[in-house]
Design a protein around this ligand. Structure first.
Ligand code: SF4
Length: 156
């Protein structure tokens, strides 16, 4: 097990970025924190700063303004960072993909390690997707992007 795999094995700290959306995905993410689903039993918790995060959760459609913020966040994130796209909007654009301010699915803006589809995905699916990252870290896969580098596009 490499160092990167080891540090992502337990207690992932999550930072949530919500794009322009209907907010149902955001509600389902919050549902994961309730006593019923209780992701803290896996050591997961939401943090208020990307600088404290192991995982960047992105939900909602990304418009032109969101794109700037998302790139800023990604470039401020500690390395390595895992990125999870949650919901149809984040994965593909969903019902907002035809909008004139739509800036593209998340993976056309920053590298994405896991996709959790659904509109919205159930809390079980969100938890399952993140836990899968714990057991199948992406660094040895075909994702050959340089995770230790600066990453992301320019925000200019
Ligand atoms: S994927 Fe569906 S539920 Fe989630 S933000 Fe988009 S429209 Fe809303």
């Amino acid at each position: 097990m490499g160092f990167r795999d080891f540090i992502f094995k337990k207690s992932l700290w999550l930072f949530h970025f919500g794009g322009a959306s209907c907010n149902n995905c955001d509600i389902e993410i919050l549902d994961c924190l309730t006593p019923r689903y209780d992701v803290e039993r896996f050591g997961m918790q939401l943090v208020g700063s990307i600088r404290h995060a192991d995982v960047l959760l992105v939900s909602g459609s990304i418009n032109q303004k969101d794109k700037i913020r998302l790139l800023e966040l990604y470039n401020q994130a500690p390395r390595p960072i895992l990125v999870v796209a949650i919901g149809a909007c984040a994965c593909t654009g969903g019902i907002f993909a035809e909008g004139n301010v739509f800036a593209g699915p998340v993976d056309q803006i920053i590298p994405v390690d896991a996709y959790i589809p659904g509109c919205p995905p159930k809390p079980e699916a969100i938890i399952g997707g993140i836990v899968k990252l714990l057991t199948h870290p992406p660094f040895d896969s075909s994702l050959s992007r340089e995770r230790g580098g600066t990453g992301g596009e320019s925000t200019k």
